[in-house]
Ligand binder design. Sequence first.
Ligand code: GYE
Length: 323
Amino acid sequence: MKQAKLMVLAAALTVTAVALAADTGLPKLAKKATYKVGFAQTESNNPWRIAQTQSMQDEAKKLGWQLVYTDAQGSAAKQVADVRSMIAQKVDAIFLSPREEKPLAPVILEAKKAGIPVFLIDRNVDQSLAKAGNDYVTFIGSNFIQEGQRVGQWIAKKTNGKANIIELEGTTGSSPANDRKKGFDDVIAKNPGMKILASQTGDFSRDKGRQVMETLLQAHPEVDVVYAHNDEMAIGAIAALEAAGRKPGKDVLVLSIDGGREAVQLVVDGKIAYVVECNPKFGPKAYSTLKDYAAGKKINAKIINPDREFHSANAAKLLPSAY
Ligand code: GYE
């Protein structure tokens, strides 16, 4: 009798231990021949996003996996709903490019609770709301702070630390916009001759970049450097500069991040001075990380992509390898 009671007690303890593990640890993923995975894209209004989606789709096809694809069309609220629908469809895992750092954090916790592992690709979330390695498996992407620092250091070197800068920021509240600004500000703080005349969002979009540049150019005609958080806004800024009779590459240095084919061609043409790469081809790395995770391998909470750079001395040679 006593022994039976002990066994019941032991069984109860085991159940509690399992429940606790499920509460605090990451969801497990079974090793399977094929997976049904979700990819929640943030928007599709630029070549970077299109290349990223293509890479996720191509690689899924190659592996014979089923891909549930959604496009939030620039709305964080829609992206939250998209992830919820993936949870309802019981996908094996979710790949998410969170549009903004805060609004997408809670739905990551919902997926965790539903036992679905989440992998963040290209953008990160606020670590005080959802933590890499604890609430989601990992963040795979670039070191955005370093990207901003590299642009700042290049300007410091080329201008001997004297510059009148207009900064075009990416989507407000997104991790690349926050960190590309932070990294750039680190360099500004060390170079008192480098002045940011104005810093405003162009939402990572070509057309908004052009419009914002048009307005800022009127208020700050003394500008001699434009730092755009992505290629698209740099290309928009070039259009605004040229429409105002300015000569990008000659009287204004334009710098950007991404390294798409069109921007690298503009480096070759001398209109963009310097680009730090941020490569959108995530497919192979994203899915091989999932396979490693399912195999029980230890996954780092951050997996950082190496970024190349493009300038007048190497752009022509590297152009064919730009996305
Ligand atoms: O730089 C931009 C895109 O999240 C790193 O988002 C990405 C950024 C990229 O729309 O062009």
